[in-house]
Unconditional design. Structure first.
Length: 83
């Protein structure tokens, strides 16, 4: 394999992964609602899941480009260069 083939393969692989959002890196957004979510849900008269969603929504729209590659998400995969 020459240098051009290796570079092309690396570029194809690069486009198949995406950086995670800040919510993906925040463990309180992926699990069960926190105590603060339950308190917020009681005050706002809504479900705790809804309170957690509203808390994590801004984080889910923010991309963590400085996250290590091991935390990035695989978007798609292909068996050949043709797709």
């Amino acid at each position: 394999m020459n240098l051009r083939h290796a570079a092309a393969l690396a570029l194809v692989g690069w486009y198949l992964i995406l950086p995670p959002s800040d919510a993906d890196l925040d463990s309180s957004c992926t699990g069960a609602p926190t105590i603060m979510d339950y308190i917020r849900s009681y005050v706002r008269d809504q479900s705790a899941t809804r309170a957690q969603f509203e808390r994590c929504l801004p984080e889910s729209e923010s991309i963590a480009t400085d996250a290590p590659i091991s935390k990035w998400n695989q978007k798609d995969s292909c068996q050949t260069l043709k797709g």
